[in-house]
Design a protein around this ligand. Structure first.
Ligand SMILES: [Zn+2]
Length: 254
């Protein structure tokens, strides 16, 4: 990963995507916006109690700095499920946790505050995907289903996919109780007290990717824990729900 500074904003980006000039693949940080505490400052989510004028100003600034029009983004209402939608146009495309497209100038977009964003790019056939992965969507196999769908719809092979995983709440900070821990294999859990476990979302994501044929060398893990790094990221858990949202964007320029 690397951070790219641009016009007062700081973007989180992946080395695995760096050589593709036509690709925009960015995860926002909280720096460079207009919102006041506790949404300071680049809150890009409308689903918060933040002043909506500030969110609009933040979003304008974010998309202008990326040099894309917000009209060209494809968005969904994320519900921690397994529905993956084919984006054939921009705008609000319904309820789901995954978006895929092969159309240039449609930018897949999602909001985050602890869950992981899985950024997918197939450079030969020029296809992109974006999956929203928290424990609920992982438990219903969003990653496996998403990869199978993108490969099936566009007739591409999983070994040709490049994957970037966004900052998210990592195992250091992600404590779950028995009800959640019980859903997952022991290999993803570290017990930290009698009824508490630390869960690795990232290891589960990588396992699901491997299981459907994505190669380790084509997966760039994240370096960031949203909960640890309060300077750069919002964290729903850390801030007890009262926080802003980052945005993930992936798409191909014309
Ligand atoms: Zn942490």
């Amino acid at each position: 990963m690397y951070f790219q500074k641009k016009e007062g904003l700081v973007f989180y980006k992946w080395n695995i995507f760096k050589k593709f000039d036509e690709l925009i693949a960015v995860f926002s940080t909280r720096l460079g916006g207009f919102s006041k505490q506790p949404y300071d400052s680049l809150n890009l989510g409308f689903s918060t109690e933040d002043v909506s004028e500030n969110v609009i100003k933040n979003r304008n600034r974010f998309f202008n700095t990326l040099n894309i029009s917000e009209d060209r983004t494809a968005r969904i209402i994320q519900v921690h499920g397994d529905n993956v939608i084919v984006a054939e146009k921009s705008g609000n495309l319904g309820i789901g946790d995954g978006l895929i497209t092969d159309i240039c100038d449609i930018f897949l977009c999602g909001t985050y505050a602890d869950c992981a964003s899985i950024m997918v790019f197939e450079p030969n056939k020029r296809v992109v995907g974006l999956f929203h992965a928290g424990w609920r969507s992982i438990s219903v196999e969003i990653v496996e289903k998403g990869i199978k769908k993108i490969c099936g719809v566009y007739n591409i092979r999983p070994e040709n996919l490049l994957i970037g995983i966004s900052p998210h709440i990592k195992q250091c900070c992600y404590v779950v109780r028995k009800d959640v821990a019980g859903l997952f294999n022991q290999e993803f859990l570290v017990k930290n007290s009698k009824e508490r476990w630390n869960l690795s979302i990232e290891n589960m994501i990588v396992k699901q990717l491997n299981d459907v044929g994505v190669k380790d060398k084509n997966i760039e893990r994240s370096d960031g824990c949203t909960s640890c790094n309060d300077e750069m990221f919002f964290s729903y858990r850390r801030d007890k729900g009262c926080t802003g949202r980052m945005v993930a964007v992936i798409g191909m320029k014309k």
